[in-house]
Design a protein around this ligand. Structure first.
Ligand code: GLU
Length: 307
């Protein structure tokens, strides 16, 4: 993976406005902000509001206001994915022209049935490649990105060094399969939008929750297909509830509305394993300075990554 260390640091926080900022997303916001500030870099905010059915009206404004209240001031105006659909369309057209993308006419049921026949017991459906060489008279429903063939075995493995989690690898052919970039319901897939936007915004460092670790190999493959550089990645541990589920609106995460920012920030810093010199800071400014130093010390404790 090319580590764009020679470029000026540009990081981002990219919330989906499916509800107000909660403690779990605060941890990601804090980590991305601290890493940018610790590197003297720029920190941007991107509102990932292309998933129409999941987007909650007013949630984006609510998130932006909460970020301000917590002292996270973005260096550029926020970017809204809903205003960038033409960019995703252009990227898909380019991928179609270069043969990386093909139309697929399979229904979810057909894909599920094909897996049963193959005696596969995966919980996620791996597309068997039925429409790779044509629609066989079916109507195009979705557009899929070809992943590399795993021949010779291992050829489809994508490797990268996560700055927090260490060396990672995923076999795109056996673990993922050709994946959808434009869905049957007309919605643009997160994977395409995030790659197009990170590239066009010149993002050099992605810092986010470890629930997205599993998406990273797909994003690196897409970057290669589009001929854009790969940022470096750092995935912080996600916050879970008492049942071990990732904290989200669906799993009952509380909004941060009524919470004193400093209390929530100190708790988030603790979740990241930061050793603050002052555990009860009096001001946001004092917390920020202390947390940036603690982040630097935390990074120094992580095993060094290669490349
Ligand atoms: N919008 C995604 C989320 O809220 C994060 C995307 C990213 O950081 O790459 O889960």
């Amino acid at each position: 993976m090319s580590a764009p260390g020679h470029l000026p640091y540009r990081g981002r926080f990219a919330p989906s406005p499916t509800g107000p900022l909660h403690y779990g997303s605060l941890v990601s916001a804090l980590a991305s902000w601290l890493d940018a500030r610790a590197h003297g870099g720029a920190w941007l905010v991107r509102i990932e509001d292309i998933d129409g059915p999941r987007t909650v009206p007013g949630a984006a404004q609510d998130i932006l206001a909460t970020l301000e209240r917590f002292g996270f001031h973005a260096d550029e105006p926020p970017v809204w994915q809903s205003a960038r659909i033409d960019r995703y369309r252009a990227a898909l057209d380019e991928l179609l022209a270069t043969g990386h993308v093909y139309p697929c006419g399979c229904t979810r049921k057909e894909i599920a049935d094909s897996q049963l026949h193959a005696h596969q017991r995966n919980t996620t459906l791996i597309y068997p490649g039925t429409c790779r060489n044509g629609l066989h008279g079916k109507r195009a429903r979705a557009w899929r990105l070809r992943v590399p063939d795993d021949a010779p075995p291992g050829a489809a493995v994508i490797r990268f060094d996560d700055r927090w989690q260490g060396p990672q690898s995923q076999n795109l052919a056996t673990d993922v399969g050709d994946f959808v970039l434009l869905r049957a319901d007309g919605q643009w897939a997160y994977q395409l939008a995030v790659v197009v936007d990170d590239a066009e915004q010149g993002i050099t460092h992605v810092v986010r929750g470890a629930d997205l670790l599993d998406s990273t190999a797909r994003q690196i493959w897409l970057q290669r297909c589009l001929g854009v550089p790969s940022p470096t990645y750092l995935h912080v541990p996600v916050v879970t509830n008492d049942d071990g589920e990732k904290l989200s609106k669906q799993t009952g995460a509380q909004a941060l509305d009524g919470v004193r920012p400093l209390d929530a920030l100190v708790a988030a810093a603790r979740h990241l394993g930061l050793e603050l010199r002052d555990p009860a800071p009096a001001t946001l400014k004092a917390f920020h300075a202390d947390a940036i130093d603690a982040w630097r010390r935390r990074l120094a404790q992580l095993p060094p990554v290669m490349g």
